[in-house]
Design a protein around this ligand. Sequence first.
Ligand SMILES: [Zn+2]
Length: 134
Amino acid sequence: MTNRGLKSRIVTANVGSFRVTGLDVAVASLNRVMAEFRRADPVAFASVGTAGMLCARLVRGSQKSVSNHAWGTAIDLTFDGEVDPRGDGKVQAGLVRAYRYFHAEGWYWGAGFSREDAMHFELAEETVRRLLGS
Ligand SMILES: [Zn+2]
C-alpha cells in the first residue's frame, strides 16, 4: 500500500478467533460481526478462520477493477481451515450461518455475486461512508 492517508488508517487486531489487518472502521465493524456470531452461534464460530483481509490487488480475473481487499474493507473466511471454492454455485454451511451477522452490519456477501465467491464479505460503500462520517 502506497497511499499514506489510507495507510495511516490501517490497523491489525484480533477479532475473536484470528487477527486481521484492514481499514480501522472495517476492522471495528468486523469485530462487532464476530462478537455477535460468537454469541449467537458458538458451534459454527468455533470453526471460522480467515484467508485474508488487506491485500493490494485487482479483482481476480480483472485488468482494472480494484478489489475491496486493497482498501482493507473485505475479508475471505474459511471454515475448518477450508476455502470455499469460487464459482461452483455451492456454499459452505458455516458461511450460511455467518452471513446474517455481516448483513446486519452492512456487509455484502460474495455468494450473491455474478460469479459466486461465497467466502468473500465486503463492506458496502455506503456503509464505509457512514462509518467514516463522510
Ligand atoms: Zn475476497
